[in-house]
Design a binder for this molecule. Sequence first.
Ligand code: C2O
Ligand code: CU
Length: 480
Amino acid sequence: GGSTGAVRRSRARTPAPFRTPLPVPSVLKPSRTQGGVDYYDIVQKPAQVEILPGTKTEIWGYNGQFPGPTLATRSGRPIVVRHTNELEVPVAVHLHGGRTPPEHDGFPTDLILPGSGWEGHDTHGGDLSRGSREYHYPLEQPAATLWYHDHRMDFTGPQVYYGLAGFHLVHDEAEDNLPLPKGERDIPLMICDRSFTADGAFDYPAVDPSLKGEHGVTEDFMEGVLGDVILVNGAPWPVLEVDAARYRFRLLNASNARRYRLALDPGPQSGSAFVQVGSDVGLLGRPIGHDEIQMAPAERFDVVVDFSKFPVGTRIDMVNKLDDGDTGKVMQFHVVRKASDNSRVPTKLVDFEPLSRSSATVTRKFDFNQRSDDGWDINGKAYDPERDDAVPELGATEIWRFDGDAHHPIHLHLAHFQVLSRNQNDPGPYDSGWKDTIDLESGKEMEIIARFTGYRGRYVFHCHNLEHEDMGMMANFRVR
Ligand code: C2O
Ligand code: CU
């Protein structure tokens, strides 16, 4: 139940779609390297940026940028990121899809308080740092499109909405050796929706996180907060000029609550619009052709699009078939010139090991339901940072069954998983490969098989509709 969150109020004039050039977030350089470890520095601070032409929007950005700078790292080469908090609110940083020790995973109560001046009491007794904190990432995991974002308890929704999100690409040798498009033809695309007030500010229609309240959201937004302007890499309905060649796009749905079904209009004369080569946390064994890509919040799809199938001069809209009007448009590709292209999509990508049902030693069941008109639960309980809701053994393989009363994109920290079944049937077209987030559909039970490798300690799993998360739809597992 509840309203859709689509409250109409006066808003800034939005630009005509497909005029703004697509920005690509800059790649962050390490500030130093020592003992085989790369050290990075990021300052979280407010900044004024022009998103809608002629107005300034205050963002909260990693290095004052939205999206944050891209980290491009190597599998197995550890890094340390020092985050300095120059915002007025506590923050926590989570590397989404990362296999990270628990004390560096951005547990929702392990906060970096502002350098001075924070007297709020909603810190829930976690591990608090003041001013800055170092996050250690071993990156013992294969090439993948990860992202990092805020994870403060009760306020993840507003703090991500204000801009605290960026890409983290892990590369490895297996990926280097594939003939996929590279360099300027390998582009991350962060897709999200926002609303703006008449003077150009982000309009997060709930509680201001600096008010030190109990939650970042109110019961008016039970379905999550939806925006009416689609941004790609922080720009409204942008256009990208492309060569008539193959491009690799790392699609990320960084929206708080919106799902998309992406398609190309016009589509290619022959073959699939998108050739998927990777999912959330790694490359696929074999490529999969799709005419549409459906993405729930936090999911990633690594796809190749071949623009040589279109005549030079063609303008191709990427549309969202789940909506019409403004939120039915995403961005545009404009094929501007002929070009040479040595890339291809090989029929085999990487060694992929499907997990068999019989390798699981434990089965658990989790129900994702509305609690009342003020919150969302897992197994009838709202989140408690001090309660263990599951205790898997280190190295264990487990089957987790999910059921729920609405669309809930379920995300596990640390553990990567595969989809075993949906609604008692085979997995769906978007369920292939190693995943960390999966869209649970209302009344359709699904099963995943997860591996709890890496580290012992307490981690969260939760709905990645960020308002649902803030309203209690989160739980802990402790790897023992
Ligand atoms: Cu992308 Cu726990 O989050
Ligand atoms: Cu949910």
